[in-house]
Design a protein around this ligand. Structure first.
Ligand code: HEM
Length: 305
């Protein structure tokens, strides 16, 4: 039975640390062993710090996978779908590794992240790190509750993890990240009603607009998609706010059993429908990075070292 990395489907936390690395050429064999060790270390820390819900996961970049694990590849793993339409764009960055650590204590999140960086010394270069935090009652910095319509309970696993369709990679997850930078000065000048129309939910009470009242440009309208049979296309979002007094935004993370759902949603936001209805949230936030990864199961990491 393939065991997933606990952080993929974890419930929300107070603090997160995102580590993005590019790997040293020729280090692949040692790195495979070290990633297995790091996944054990995260498991150990998850047990030790269960009271503060510490979790984490390791994900391998779509463009780096074949160098690290040349023998086999998740069937649907493909590069980040960078796209551009009018003045909206989703850039892709060449990251080899993404590691997420989260817990309800900043010091322990720091300690575990630091230990992982030491374990990767000489094998990988840290090219970006972002600290995230829970804002109020799980709101994005736009002031809207984020994550309400995320899958719940066992449905989180069903949505986020690969099943029998790719047996070798069962328990793994297709991960997409995007760091969004908000223009909060402009956003905060909008009337609350205009903000609500852009999201498709009320701000304070977090009530969903009825479908009749949802503008075609509302974020939830553009991201609530269905397949040809009328089934909802779902992703598990693990996004959290980040920022300081100078720059603020959302570190968006999608975990899914297939990359297609995220790709379709992103296209619906940026390109929109055939009548030009794109996601008006994009008038106030801009993706500054993006990358696609696969987070293999613990069993895969252990067996492939
Ligand atoms: C700056 C970037 C973003 C912000 C601030 C944001 C914020 C929000 C908020 C406030 C909601 C409503 C509450 C909820 O159900 O979580 C929401 C819903 C959602 N968002 Fe985003 N989001 C962002 C980017 C994205 C991206 C890039 C995607 C996918 C490509 C996405 C997919 C979704 C989905 C699937 C829902 C649930 C829709 C529903 O079924 O009601 N979001 N987002």
């Amino acid at each position: 039975m393939a065991r997933e990395q606990v952080g993929v489907c974890a419930e929300g936390n107070l603090h997160g640390q995102y580590l993005l690395f590019n790997c040293t050429e020729g280090a692949e064999q040692v790195l495979r062993g070290q990633l297995a060790d790091i996944s054990h270390y995260i498991e150990e820390m998850t047990e030790t710090y269960s009271d503060i819900a510490l979790t984490g996961f390791i994900a391998i970049g779509a463009n780096y996978w074949d160098l690290l694990y040349p023998k086999n590849r998740p069937v649907l793993l493909r590069p980040f779908p960078s796209m551009r339409h009018e003045d909206r764009h989703a850039p892709a960055m060449p990251y080899d590794l993404f590691i997420q650590i989260r817990s309800d204590r900043l010091d322990i999140t720091y300690m575990v992240s630091h230990e992982i960086c030491l374990m990767l010394q000489d094998l990988a270069t840290l090219v970006e790190e972002i600290k995230s935090f829970r804002y109020l009652d799980s709101r994005d910095l736009t002031g809207f509750v984020d994550g309400t319509e995320n899958p719940k309970g066992v449905n989180r696993q069903k949505v986020a993890l690969v099943g029998d369709e790719d047996n070798e990679f069962r328990g793994g997850s297709y991960i997409h990240i995007q760091r969004y930078r908000h223009d909060l000065n402009r956003w905060n000048k909008l009337k609350v009603k205009s903000q609500e129309d852009i999201i498709g939910r009320t701000k304070k009470e977090n009530h969903e607009y009825s479908s009749f009242n949802q503008p075609k440009t509302a974020h939830i309208r553009r991201t609530s998609l269905k397949d040809g049979q009328g089934n909802s296309l779902e992703i598990l979002r693990q996004s959290m706010p980040y920022g300081d007094m100078q720059e603020q935004g959302l570190f968006f993370i999608s975990c899914c059993s297939s990359p297609a759902n995220f790709e379709l949603m992103l296209r619906s936001m940026i390109v929109g429908d055939h009548k030009g209805h794109y996601d008006h949230l994009l008038n106030f936030t801009q993706a500054v990075s993006g990358a696609a990864f696969f987070a293999p199961s613990l069993s895969y990491l252990a067996a492939s070292n």
